[in-house]
Design a protein around this ligand. Structure first.
Ligand SMILES: NC(=O)c1ccc[n+]([C@@H]2O[C@H](COP(=O)([O-])OP(=O)(O)OC[C@H]3O[C@@H](n4cnc5c(N)ncnc54)[C@H](O)[C@@H]3O)[C@@H](O)[C@H]2O)c1
Length: 438
């Protein structure tokens, strides 16, 4: 094995996982980790646990598991804490979320009951469809941030944690455009003290995390850490940030299929996507203001992948529509339909229909695990700021302001694996392969 290019602190001790929101995704994630630890389930869908990485030439046959290649924390080292606006412990919350069946939850009952959420920072102004009693009070948003930091300190001490990672698995907040208060750390801190309306609860959590040197990952499309004030704080505290919006059902399919169409130079006239889902996330997204945040996240994908400016004959006129319909009978078992109108040789039209009967939280849970482990690895490798190499996991990948985001799932995976090779001092894989024929 090559010598690591950068010094990576070993994954010693316990890693605290701070979950903001203890709903469908968080409880499915925690239950899955506990089930895996007990040998009741396999970590299906998790790149860190099941994925491999090829090293060197194909003839060398070196293909270790990623978790044997890079120094990641073991699942046994993870300790969970959460905040939510409801008092339900993780067992009750998982039952209400209705993702996992009773026969899968019962064996994990003790572990899940032990996870009781702390009081949340929440305001209905930012998630209009929800209201709950388990909420912190404070005169200013800065005071609320300090209360969160106190929660974190207590959790760290109580469990003798070495390090922590925070991940937003809370509801999607209403759409916020970047404003003055987001432009610098100074403006943001003044805004916290003055209760500025453009500072949402998710930003207060993120501020608390970064201020304490804890990496922050954003699983929803909220702006949160994707603003200059947070870049500045992440830089100052030397902490990694990543986001936004877990790439799971329909957008995952989109970023698998669109690169294929482009690779074969097949044109696109239209892509109509609609979903029905009946979980709490669906209910929150029924509010046009929260849906707008999600819609922005879902719509941008095709333009970036198809590059109409480079392929005007193929992609300059396509019609793209995304709909989410709240339909309670379906619960977490979403159905996503795509109708794709494409055209080929001599302009002849063709159609592709996708009907993905997916389970949102089943798709999201392994992403939470990978993101937590990779964000912690990044911190031990002294990386800071936006972790663009984790774009693989997001619908709206954050990237440096002067770049456009990379949405193609296969390029994202290559970027991720090449980053791991880079960290560990292994050669990059170009797939050139000419040396085998010379
Ligand atoms: N499941 C997926 O495939 C997927 C994909 C992409 C993004 N997401 C996003 O992940 C998030 C979680 O999804 P979910 O299905 O678990 O939703 P959920 O509604 O089941 O859970 C969200 C939880 O967050 C809590 N919450 C809301 N605001 C909070 C706050 N300020 N502080 C603490 N807790 C708060 C809610 O009470 C709820 O329990 C949503 O924003 C969703 O849009 C999910």
């Amino acid at each position: 094995m090559a010598k690591p290019r950068v010094e990576i602190a070993p994954p010693e001790g316990k890693l605290g996982v701070l979950l903001v929101g203890l709903g469908a995704v968080s409880t499915t994630f925690v239950a899955g980790v506990e089930a895996i630890k007990k040998g009741l389930a396999k970590p299906i869908g998790s790149l860190t646990q099941m994925g491999t990485i090829r090293l060197g030439k194909r003839t060398e046959k070196r293909v270790p598991l990623i978790r044997d290649f890079v120094p990641l924390h073991k699942l046994e080292d993870l300790v969970f804490a959460a905040w939510d606006i409801f008092e339900d412990n993780a067992y009750e919350a998982a039952k209400k979320a209705g993702v996992l069946r009773p026969e899968h939850l019962e064996p994990l009952r003790a572990e899940l009951e032990a996870l009781r959420p702390m009081k949340a920072v929440f305001s209905r102004e930012y998630v209009r469809k929800l209201d709950g009693p388990h909420v912190k009070q404070g005169k200013t948003k800065m005071e609320l941030a300090e209360q969160l930091m106190e929660d974190i300190r207590k959790f760290k001490e109580e469990h003798k944690l070495e390090r922590l990672v925070m991940i937003w698995c809370g509801s999607t907040e209403v759409y916020l455009a970047p404003g003055e208060v987001h432009q610098s750390l100074k403006a943001f801190e003044d805004g916290l003290k003055a209760n500025h309306k453009d500072i949402s609860p998710s930003m207060i959590y993120a501020y608390a995390a970064l201020k304490m040197g804890i990496p922050y990952i954003n699983g929803a499309p909220n702006l949160t850490v994707d603003i200059p004030a947070m870049y500045e704080l992440a830089d100052q505290m030397h902490v990694p940030i990543a986001g936004k919006d877990f790439k799971t059902g329909q957008t995952l399919m989109k970023t698998i299929i669109a690169p294929g169409l482009k690779a074969r130079l097949l044109g696109l006239n239209g892509w109509f996507s609609t979903n029905i889902l009946g979980n709490r996330d669906g209910e929150v997204l029924d509010d046009p203001a929260s849906f707008k945040t999600k819609e922005e996240s879902k719509l941008s994908v095709l333009d970036y992948i198809l590059q109409p400016e480079l392929y005007p004959d193929l992609y300059s006129h396509f019609y793209h529509k995304v709909r989410i319909n709240y339909y309670p009978p379906r619960g977490d078992n979403k159905e996503g339909w795509d109708n794709i109108d494409i055209f080929g040789w001599m302009g002849y039209p063709m159609q592709i229909k996708i009907d993905f009967l997916c389970r949102d939280s089943i798709l999201a849970a392994p992403l939470v695990l990978d993101l937590v482990l990779f964000a912690d690895l990044a911190q031990r490798a002294r990386m800071k700021g936006i972790l663009e190499w984790l774009s693989f996991y997001f619908k709206s990948p954050m990237c440096a302001p002067e770049l456009y985001p990379e949405h193609d799932l296969f390029i994202q995976l290559m970027k991720l694996k090449n980053t791991l090779r880079y960290l560990m001092g292994e050669e990059q894989i170009t797939h050139l392969g000419i040396e085998y024929y010379q």
